[in-house]
Write a protein that binds this ligand. Structure first.
Ligand code: NAD
Length: 252
């Protein structure tokens, strides 16, 4: 049961104090943190899954048979990778890292916005849309030098695939191992804008909880019943408010 699950000034003060006292905070983010940057989420109301069946449009099995399906979804999801900018939530997390409070951000997002916000320690467990590569010859293309077309093709004639994890694919081993280590070790896990249903990323939350971490959830809906603190607010508003509260705490 959350100690606090309202949006009150006291709650921000308590969360700020906890972060300042314990530090060693690991952040787990999902699509909701980028919603205020104009990127649609998958599962929330009006999300992409209402329009596209993930089993068809974002599975590796279907991609191998008909890659155009994925590239149609991609066109509707992030048309122009470079046009999206980090919002106040991404920037606040980068600031908390600079303050020595956040150790790293583990993100399920593939939009690259944490890195654009200048967070230094980012683990992209589902890969990134920055790069695509040829399934035939392995040649890599990076944004903005991505060929057009649905699907796009390599100069060798092979079809191009994003460097992201599709349904039915394994997560990048190194990223997952690092994410598990950080989650098992942290004193606070800050859960931001994720429905926490996609595995194995969601299991990181339980790993943190089992190892005694305090869980702070920021979301516009409550997802994790066992969170110690729940802030029901948009991430782009709540995170800067926490940073402001931390700045009020005197340094001893
Ligand atoms: P999700 O779509 O399942 O859930 C989004 C969550 O964010 C919901 O709980 C919703 O209530 C919350 N939310 C929406 N707006 C918010 C806001 N302004 N502030 C705080 N919370 C907000 O997302 P997920 O859990 O990340 O799982 C979806 C999967 O789809 C991930 O694996 C991810 O790779 C992928 N995805 C990525 C992006 C991206 O890169 N931006 C976008 C959509 C989906």
């Amino acid at each position: 049961m959350a100690k606090r699950n309202v949006d009150s000034e006291v709650l921000y003060t308590e969360v700020a104090k906890l972060l300042t006292d314990l530090k060693q905070c690991v952040v787990l983010t999902g699509a909701g943190i980028s919603a205020e940057s104009g990127i649609p989420t998958f599962r929330s109301l009006g999300g992409l899954w209402e329009k596209y069946d993930p089993a068809v449009y974002a599975s590796i099995e279907v991609f191998r048979k008909d890659p155009s399906k994925y590239w149609i979804l991609r066109g509707d999801f992030i048309r122009n990778y470079d046009s999206y900018q980090p919002n106040n939530a991404h920037l606040a997390l980068a600031g908390l890292e600079q303050m020595g409070i956040v150790r790293c951000v583990i993100t399920q997002n593939i939009d690259g916005l944490h890195k654009k916000a200048d967070s230094k320690h980012v683990i992209e467990v589902h890969g990134s849309l920055r790069e695509i590569y040829c399934l035939a010859c392995g040649k890599e293309y990076r944004v903005p030098h991505i060929p057009g077309g649905t699907p796009p093709y390599c100069s060798c004639g092979g079809v191009l695939k994003p460097n992201t994890v599709l349904f039915g694919e394994q997560l990048p081993r190194d990223a997952l191992t690092k994410a598990q280590e950080e989650s098992a070790w942290c004193k606070i896990m800050l859960l931001v804008g994720t429905s926490a249903v996609v595995q194995p990323a969601a299991s990181l939350l339980f790993l943190a909880k089992q190892n005694g971490a305090q869980i702070i959830e920021i979301n516009i809906e409550k997802v994790f019943p066992d969170a110690d603190y729940f802030i029901m607010k948009k991430a782009g508003i709540a995170l800067p408010m926490i940073v402001e509260e931390i700045k009020k705490i005197p340094i001893l």
